[in-house]
Design a protein around this ligand. Sequence first.
Ligand SMILES: NC(=O)c1ccc[n+]([C@@H]2O[C@H](COP(=O)([O-])OP(=O)(O)OC[C@H]3O[C@@H](n4cnc5c(N)ncnc54)[C@H](O)[C@@H]3O)[C@@H](O)[C@H]2O)c1
Length: 295
Amino acid sequence: MKNIAVIGAGTMGNGIAHTFAQKGFKVQLIDISQQALDKGLATIGKNLDRMVAKEKITEADKNSTLENITTATSLKEGVEYAELVVEAATENIDLKLKIFEDLSELCSEETILATNTSSISITQIAAVTVRPERVIGMHFMNPVPIMKLVEIIRGYNTSDEVTKTIMDISKQLGKIPTEVNDYPGFVANRILMPMINESIETLYNGVAGVQEIDTVMKLGMAHPMGPLQLADFIGLDVCLSILNVMYDGFKNPKYAPCPLLVNMVMAGKLGVKSGEGFYDYSESRKAENVAKQFQ
Ligand SMILES: NC(=O)c1ccc[n+]([C@@H]2O[C@H](COP(=O)([O-])OP(=O)(O)OC[C@H]3O[C@@H](n4cnc5c(N)ncnc54)[C@H](O)[C@@H]3O)[C@@H](O)[C@H]2O)c1
C-alpha cells in the first residue's frame, strides 16, 4: 500500500498526513477549506523543523516528507488513487455519514475506509457504505507524530483481513496498535472523558481552582498534563461531543456533560484552538501556557 488519502487538515488530519508522509507513503490531504489546507501544511512544516532542530530527522527527511504530501479541496480528486482513506473531518455524525456515503461511491472496491472518529459508532458509519467489511476505526492520539498508540476499532462487520492490514500499517508507522470493539467511546475515551468531566465538575462545584486541580493530577498521579489542560488541547467542543455520544449510547447519567463544559462551548471557549479554554492561549500567554504541559 502506497497511496493514502487523509480527509480533514485540522489538528488530527495534518498530524496523520505528516506521520504517513514521513514513512514514505504518498498522501493526498483533503479539506473543504483551502485555508485549513494552508494552515495544516504550515503546521506540518513547523513540526518537521522542530524535529530537525532536535536532530530526530535530517533536513533531507523533512524535504522528502513535504514532497510526499499533495492537497485537494475536492473529495473526488483527492481519493481517486487511494488504497486507504483515513477520515479526520469534524466530529459530527451527519457530516461523517455523508462523507462515507460519498467514499463508498468514489473509491475502488478494494480501498479500505478508516475513520479517526473519537466516539461515533464505526458500525453506523460502515452501514452507509456498500462494503461495511472494509470500514474500520483508526483512532490516532494527539499529537499524532509523537503519540505511540493507535486504537484500532472493529465495527460489527469489519473483516479479519482489513483489521490485520490496518494493524500492520500502524506498525509500519512506528505506532503500537491496540484492537478494541465498537461501543460508545471505545476504550480510550470511555475512560478519559469521565475523568475530564469529573475535573470540570470539581471546578464547577468550587472544590478547587484550575491550577490546583491540574497540579493534583500531575504531581499526585504522575499524569504528564492536568486533565483541564488536556481538555483544552483536545478541544472542549470535541470533549462535549464525545460525552454526548456516550450519554446517548449508554443512556447512563454518569456520562452527562458538566453544565460548565456546555456553557464554555456555547460561549466559544474551545481551548487552544479558539485562544481560550480553562487557560488563556491568547498570543501573549500562549507560549507560557503551552509550555506548562511540559512542567
Ligand atoms: N482533537 C483531538 O485531540 C482528537 C483526538 C483523536 C481523534 N479526534 C477526532 O479526529 C477528527 C478530527 O478532529 P480535529 O480535532 O482534527 O478537528 P478540527 O476541527 O481541528 O479539524 C477538522 C477539519 O475537517 C475539515 N472538514 C470539515 N468538513 C469536511 C469535509 N466534508 N471534507 C473535508 N474536510 C472537512 C474542517 O475544515 C477542518 O479543517 C474528529 O473525528 C475527532 O473526534 C480528535
